[in-house]
Design a protein around this ligand. Structure first.
Ligand SMILES: [Zn+2]
Length: 106
């Protein structure tokens, strides 16, 4: 069994990275690998009250569709179509759009 690590994807893959369009991201190889990134908040906009300048942040890397049985049960890490940022593609635009759409319906 090959280990699901980025280095293994780079050196011996593709293992987990999609060779056909991922059902959520629509991306496939070649793509940018890496999901263990972090940062420090330099500035926040108006209305942002859950973080402040200087806060250390990480990415929530789980990619999920929000529509399958697992997601509806709150188990986004078990999403039937799920993936991981940096392995299944770069989801930010699509996930942002999904979240905006979901939030606007509440
Ligand atoms: Zn799901």
């Amino acid at each position: 069994m090959k280990l699901p690590l980025d280095l293994h994807e780079y050196l011996g893959g593709p293992n987990l990275i999609p060779t056909t369009p991922h059902p959520i991201t629509g991306e496939k190889v070649p793509l940018i690998l890496g999901h263990e990134f972090s940062g420090v908040v330099e500035e926040v906009g108006q209305g942002v009250d859950d973080m402040k300048t200087g806060d250390r942040v990480i990415v929530q890397p789980i990619i999920y569709d929000g529509t399958c049985g697992a997601c509806k049960e709150g188990l986004i890490n078990c999403c039937y179509s799920g993936g991981f940022v940096g392995i299944s593609g770069t989801i930010f635009r699509r996930q942002r759009d999904h979240l905006l759409q979901t939030n606007s319906q509440q």
